[in-house]
Design a binder for this molecule. Sequence first.
Ligand code: AHR
Length: 502
Amino acid sequence: MKHASCLIDKNHTIADIPDELFGSFIEHLGRAVYTGVYEPKHPTADARGFRRDVIELVKDLGVPLVRYPGGNFVSGYNWTDGIGPVKSRPKRLDLAWHSIETNEFGIDEFADWAHEANTEIMAAVNLGTGTPQNAGYMVEYCNHPNGTHWSDLRVQNGHNDPHNIKTWCLGNEMDGHWQICQLSSTDYAKKAREAAKIMKWVDPSIKLVACGSSSSGMPSFPDWDRVVLEYLYDHIDFLSLHSYYEKETTTEDFLASFTNMDYLIRTVGGVIDFVKAKTRSKKDVMLSFDEWNIWYQKKQSEHPWECAPSILEENYSLLDSLVMGGLLCTLLNNSDRVKMASLAQLVNVIAPITTKPGGGILKQSTYFPFQQVSRYGRGKALKTLLSSPIIETKSWGEAPLLQMAATMDEESESITLFVLNTDMNDSIDLSLDMRSFKNLKLTEHLIMHGDDLNATNTFENPEAVVPYSLSTDMHKNEGGVFSLILPSLSWNTFRFSMSEKN
Ligand code: AHR
């Protein structure tokens, strides 16, 4: 057994946790839309063709914001193809994902779906083949009440009330060679700045997200971010970060992916601080981590031109769910800077939810840590002064064996602790000093842990990887100093009640 210690003080908070930290993403990609959220002939489909089984799980996950319609797709997408009578919408080649886009589902359908799923939209405009003017038209269509060409068209298309989309992405990953109409940092920054001006003139209440680097592995990282910020600082509210993880070297390195996510946030945060100082600005630009996940199939497999091909459908393992837990802790621990995040993606494509066309629905292993953090990780994020054994990883250098985050929800008078033990062999005894909270009671210990790190959920065996409860009696409490036993390779959610106001 190894040992670690941690001090959490009720007065030492990081930030109020924004709801938007638990956002996700639906792109016109593979089966995310067609046979994912939308399948008119499915037995659970409602009158608008939305799969109710999917909506129920999206609600259960507690996703307050969903990015749409891409992703790489958006850089070749004309949003007007997806409005008006469905029969007259054009079928197009989607060059981003080598697919045929029928355009049966567009922004109006997505707005209706979002309403049903209790979520808000984060819309992306096309700054690849698209123009700043067209981006402005989309804001006008979605947000202007009526009395103009585009807003009246929305009314004519059956949506009297504006969609009122508050958050807009200025394109997607425009630094990437894979992007339709990739741009240099300066060209992107100028185009995005003009789009931003137009979009905010149409609706000054909207919040804008500029494209940061598409990954920390890009040769232009982090200079791209600096240039974009220097042109756009006064026009935007957020800068985006994207990062996907996979097992590239060892299991230990993969489990320590959270250290890279943390590095990325701190580095891009530093670039923001630099530009803020350089421009003598008073405002703060926040981070939108609007694509993050575990993703293996980054190279597109050969497939014919077809509608909704089954591509990028990952089957996540217990190991992946542990990694996801670590990443979620990093987001909570940086909630003073990261004010929005989108798990990429939500259904079928690199997703926690998998559907069978015409058939059932499956919760992937990664569904559970996301659901737990989204459900219990609300309120305020608390600082965790952690002293953990360290390992040396090949990819990220030194990494702690434990990753954790703590949250305090004053409304429900509860504290939740999320802890990942990445040690391959040993349990860790965590001595947790929480004496500043009086009369704290450990009420629940949920764990994800098992003998087979490669176990996955399947339609045949849908509960191979699920969390389960452990008795809280195995953990001691001596006057507010808890001794928590964390099995090797485990993801733990500890829930405490505060029995009197602290
Ligand atoms: O989420 C899948 C893809 O990953 C997105 O379309 C793109 O933005 C990123 O490269």
